[in-house]
Design a protein around this ligand. Structure first.
Ligand SMILES: [Zn+2]
Length: 165
């Protein structure tokens, strides 16, 4: 499936972040979770309540090693929710095998994610997304996904929990 060279892929990724225009959309509406108790949890408290790998991803935008998530093989019907606060983010029917080694989805539950432009990597502009409620980092969204959206939500498995239907 994935026949693109790394250079070609990088180019498409940078172009896609601009084309998506998602950060502007994210700020269009008032924040419905502004007063959520999850927003008041301190970094030290998050560290206590989350497994270390999940804490590093959710609270400090670390990236899990590809191919390590147990959720790669999760094919039951249900929802994938934020491990930090339990907000449902993705439905199981939107999950697909992107061959990247990270759980991947082509759509999101409306209102579940916030987004921002990520310039951590100098050569690549990416669109970061996070849980709209607790603001925990989940992954990055690219526009090389399958139909019907053409989007690829590339998610850290340790930031999610699966809830069977
Ligand atoms: Zn959350």
């Amino acid at each position: 499936m994935n026949t693109q060279t790394p250079d070609r892929r990088r180019f498409l990724t940078a172009a896609s972040a601009v084309a998506l225009g998602l950060p502007a959309l994210a700020h269009a509406k008032a924040d419905p979770y502004a007063t959520s108790p999850y927003r008041k949890i301190t970094d030290a408290e998050w560290r206590k309540r989350l497994p270390e790998a999940s804490y590093q991803v959710l609270r400090h935008e670390a990236t899990e090693r590809p191919g390590t998530s147990a959720l790669l093989n999760e094919h039951r019907k249900g929802v994938f929710a934020c491990l930090g606060c339990g907000l449902p983010l993705f439905k199981s029917q939107w999950k697909y095998d992107s061959h990247t080694g990270w759980p991947s989805f082509y759509d999101e539950i409306p209102g579940a994610l916030g987004k921002k432009t990520d310039t951590q990597l100098a050569l690549e502009v990416r669109t970061e997304y996070h849980c709209a409620r607790c603001l925990g980092h989940q992954g990055h969204v690219f526009n090389d996904g399958p139909r019907p959206t053409g989007l690829r939500y590339c998610n850290n498995g340790v930031a999610l929990k699966f809830v069977p239907a």
